[in-house]
Write a protein that binds this ligand. Structure first.
Ligand SMILES: C[S@@+](CC[C@H](N)C(=O)[O-])C[C@H]1O[C@@H](n2cnc3c(N)ncnc32)[C@H](O)[C@@H]1O
Length: 277
């Protein structure tokens, strides 16, 4: 199993990073070309459940997988059934879910084709595969000022995060790259688009909570302790300044489907779940 870089991030992700990832996940789920009510949908790379919440809200029976036990453990009692698994080796039978959602997980892979192949395999013919990643050109001066404030206080970019940014994030960071990867996995009706998403953040406190919720900061924040972490938060908020632009990251959205029936019906009788063992 690959290393779990999110092992110390459950609460900070759910209470911080999800301020941005939550609205994007909701937008991703809303792009599904058919109603989701009653369908069995896999939330791959589920994290603390941003997409799962949107799926459940749409009436889908949701299953979650993620590499990180800690992320799945967040409010596990009230979340859909889940399993620790690599998106490149899913513990599901072929064609056993109606649709798949992959929010910000394929961009963690240096071999995104392997993730696409598994999502395609487990999706029933005709079912949808929805994915989102940040666009390569998604930049934010305000977010950079937060990183600079953390660096000034002693934060160093972890090697794994530097490698992720260099080797994985650029692979799907444009609509053309995303569409090509989906088509290479045999998906059809491929539609990929890049657009800025207004996630509803227009004040520094929320932007800092989002940014410092990223696992790249987790070890360091834990090491410096709550008092110094509060000081870093205050310094980062001052660095962003009072007049920040609304945060509008560029997101690449994919919707596609597995070849087969064009008006897919739910895979099993109500109440039946694919085996996640
Ligand atoms: C950026 S977070 C996104 C979480 C959630 N989907 C969201 O939108 O808030 C990426 C998640 O993917 C998980 N992940 C990374 N690589 C993975 C892999 N190979 N297989 C399954 N999950 C993976 C991480 O543990 C983390 O929870």
């Amino acid at each position: 199993m690959p290393e779990d870089h999110y092992a110390r991030s459950g609460p900070r992700w759910a209470l911080g990073a999800e301020l941005v990832y939550g609205p994007i996940a909701a937008e991703l789920v809303a792009t599904c070309p058919h109603p989701l009510a009653g369908r069995t949908v896999l939330d791959a790379g589920a994290g603390t459940g941003a997409a799962g919440a949107a799926l459940c809200g749409a009436g889908a029976r949701t299953l979650a997988v993620d590499l990180s036990h800690a992320m799945l453990a967040w409010q596990a009692a009230t979340r859909p059934p889940c399993a620790v698994a690599d998106v490149r080796a899913l513990p599901l039978r072929s064609g056993s879910v109606d649709d798949c959602v992959a929010a910000f997980v394929l961009n963690h892979l240096t071999d995104p084709g392997a993730g696409f192949a598994e999502l395609t395999r487990v999706t029933r013919p005709g079912g949808a595969v929805l994915a989102a990643v940040f666009g390569t050109d998604s930049s934010s001066a305000a977010r950079d000022r937060i990183d600079a404030a953390a660096s000034a206080a002693g934060w160093q970019v972890p090697a794994w995060y530097r490698e992720l940014k260099a080797a994985a994030l650029p692979l799907l960071g444009t609509a053309a790259q995303m569409a090509a990867a989906a088509a290479a996995a045999g998906l059809v009706s491929v539609h990929a688009e890049e657009r800025a998403v207004d996630v509803g953040i227009a004040e520094p406190g929320a932007l800092v909570r989002y940014r410092l919720g990223h696992p790249a900061f987790a070890d360091w924040l834990d090491a410096i302790g709550p008092r110094r972490a509060a000081g870093v938060t205050a310094a980062a908020e001052r660095a962003v300044g009072d007049t920040m632009e609304p945060y509008r990251p560029t997101v690449v959205f994919l919707r596609a489907r597995r070849a087969g029936a064009s008006y897919p019906q739910p895979a099993g009788p109500a109440g039946s779940e694919p085996d996640l063992s």
